[in-house]
Design a binder for this molecule. Structure first.
Ligand SMILES: *Cc1c(COP(=O)(O)O)cnc(C)c1O
Length: 218
């Protein structure tokens, strides 16, 4: 597929859901993709990108940033506390805030740096043991903690279990956001972004459908 096709499908999904055109932000997930594919998508006008590793983003983006105006980078992968500073320097949004210790670190750094990316709390909606994200029963308390520390928490993020129908997970996440007065919903990937839009996604994270399959080295 291509950026053009995905963008058209996204506009169709918005229309079908009765939502305004361009109300959903497309995050092009460039992790692991070769530089020439990322370059091509930048040439086509895309400016918002998702990466799941701080270190990979640090090697990839410094060469692109001076060449294209208005690039915005979103961290969508798990964040270790010792990488929080680097992440806050590089990213405009962090979608993987998922534990009190990380919130404390971000708050401390935010005071020190005088700025903070927009934050999404990642929820492990399927309560999968191997998956990052806070458990649904603990999400309200984490949001309160963010707010008590004056952090810019804007929404929730989830990655539904691979083998399940994603719709109930999207619905559950939307419910958690609503009861907490949060408007951002980061949900939906290549295989299910239209379903996510139907359930209120404000940010979809699409990788392989734009760039092609990821080829892992080694
Ligand atoms: C890799 C990744 C995506 C994109 O996945 P695709 O299936 O390639 O669209 C979205 N969100 C997260 C958190 C990811 O790690």
């Amino acid at each position: 597929m291509s950026l053009e096709t995905i963008t058209r499908r996204l506009r169709d999904a918005e229309a079908k859901a009765g939502r305004p055109a361009e109300s959903v932000t497309l995050i092009a997930v460039s992790k692991v993709q070769p530089a020439d594919r990322v370059d091509a998508v930048l040439q086509q006008g895309q400016r918002i990108f998702g990466e799941n590793r701080v270190q990979e983003a640090q090697t990839r983006w410094p060469s692109f940033l001076p060449r294209f105006e208005g690039i915005s980078l979103h961290l969508i992968g798990p964040l270790q506390t010792n990488k929080a500073r680097a992440a806050m320097e590089m990213f405009d949004a962090i979608h993987s805030v998922d534990r009190p210790k990380l919130v404390e670190s971000i708050a401390r750094l935010s005071d020190e740096m005088g700025r903070c990316p927009e934050l999404f709390v990642q929820v492990n909606t399927g309560a999968e043991p191997q998956k990052a994200g806070i458990l649904p029963e603990d999400v309200d308390a984490l949001i309160v903690q963010c707010r008590d520390l004056s952090l810019p928490v804007v929404g929730l993020m989830c990655i539904p279990p691979a083998e399940e129908d994603p719709a109930p997970h999207f619905e559950a996440l939307a419910g958690m956001a609503e009861r907490n007065g949060l408007t951002g919903l980061s949900m939906g990937m290549s295989g299910d972004f239209e379903t996510a839009v139907a359930h209120g996604a404000t940010h979809v994270r699409v990788g392989s459908a734009i760039f092609g399959d990821r080829v892992y080295q080694g």
